[in-house]
Design a protein around this ligand. Structure first.
Ligand code: NAD
Length: 332
């Protein structure tokens, strides 16, 4: 019995490692995200049931790809983690229950709700208000130095504006391509026999990891901030939503769909509302992210191996992603 569990776990690990390599290193996914998520959940379920078989090198324990060899490396002083997932109302209510249990407090929590942009996580460092470094998430500890490329993104300020800017400020957010920019870029690629990208996420990743930043500059990339990493000096508010607003005052863009809600029912209503309006948004999203707003509570809740306990990616039901992906490839 345990023999067969062990080989099942080994097979799932190999499968996920291959998916990760295709997705993160080659920017060329081989299966839809829903299939990846299903295999990952199967692995986590087995590792939870048989913790003696959980190893530190399991794909369930790591965040994403390795840093590519061709860019210099950047060590993240505060690790860049992933997010845990919820796939339906029951799982989201369990997330809320886990929070209350851990905090030993059943009072209603305030959540910051944000669309889950389908792009790449990026860290941007400002020193005395000037952009000095930008990096990909990489494996969460070490990312790629993509400073020159990030500087070309139109809505990323090279210099911050306003009052009380921290001496050192690390801004975290998502680089993505909106649907119109993506369509235009692929049209052009088809005309010029260039590389056609499977989806906006791939297009954003491929564009951001160009060794020649002049190529990146021609790609319609955008950035939305969703948090802070290192903060030194200055005056920074102590809740998450107010921090995003402070970033806004300093000239950094955030998603206009970001909203503060109180309690689990209002968070569910937010999820439903964004899902209903999903096709009208200018960019692709694969869910919403719900975060405990109070930073002190976030600190009490802490982290597990690959994700904070105080946030969850509440994903939308799977769409026909792979069909879309193949459709694009057949047009070429
Ligand atoms: P994730 O995409 O599920 O969630 C974490 C990421 O969400 C963050 O790193 C950040 O980039 C992003 N994000 C977007 N909006 C955010 C916001 N408002 N606040 C915070 N973060 C926000 O996790 P992941 O580790 O990046 O990727 C794992 C997922 O990637 C899988 O669940 C799967 O769907 C997909 N995947 C697919 C394949 C495949 O072969 N199809 C392979 C690997 C991964």
């Amino acid at each position: 019995m345990t023999e067969s569990v062990l080989s099942q776990i080994a097979a799932l690990k190999v499968q996920l490692e291959e998916y990760n390599y295709q997705y993160y290193v080659l920017d060329n996914p081989s299966v839809p995200d829903s299939e990846y998520d299903r295999v990952m959940r199967e692995l986590i379920a087995l590792e939870t049931q048989y913790p003696q078989f959980l190893s530190a090198d399991s794909p369930s324990q790591k965040v994403g790809g390795e840093a590519l060899g061709s860019f210099s490396q950047v060590q993240h002083l505060v690790p860049m983690l992933s997010l845990d997932n919820a796939f339906d109302e029951t799982e989201f209510r369990s997330f809320n229950k886990r929070l209350q249990d851990r905090l030993k407090d059943t009072t209603t929590l305030t959540f910051c709700c944000e669309p889950k942009l389908d792009g790449l996580a990026v860290s941007i460092l400002y020193q005395d208000g000037v952009l000095v470094q930008a990096a990909t998430r990489g494996d969460g500890q070490t990312g790629e130095n993509i400073t020159e490329n990030v500087k070309t993104i139109r809505n990323v300020p090279l210099k911050l504006r306003g009052e009380s800017i921290p001496h050192r400020l690390e801004v975290r957010g998502e680089v993505f391509m909106d649907s119109a920019g993506f369509a235009k870029m692929n049209e052009l690629a088809i005309k010029n026999d260039g590389k056609v990208f499977a989806n906006p996420r791939n297009a954003a990743a491929g564009s951001l990891r160009q060794l020649d930043s002049k190529i990146t500059a021609k790609r319609p990339l955008m950035f939305y901030a969703y948090g802070m990493g290192i903060i030194e000096g200055g005056v920074v508010p102590d809740d998450h939503f107010a921090q995003l607003q402070a970033l806004g005052d300093w000239g950094l863009p955030m998603s206009p769909e970001t909203k503060l809600v109180t309690g689990v029912d209002d968070a569910l209503a937010y999820y439903q509302d964004i899902m209903n309006r999903r096709s009208q948004l200018k960019y692709e999203i694969d869910g919403v992210v719900i975060k405990v707003n109070d930073k002190a509570l976030q600190q009490t809740l802490g982290f597990v191996a690959r994700a904070p306990r105080w946030a969850i990616a509440f994903k939308f039901p799977a769409q026909e992603e792979m069909t879309q992906l193949l459709d694009v490839e057949f047009q070429v």
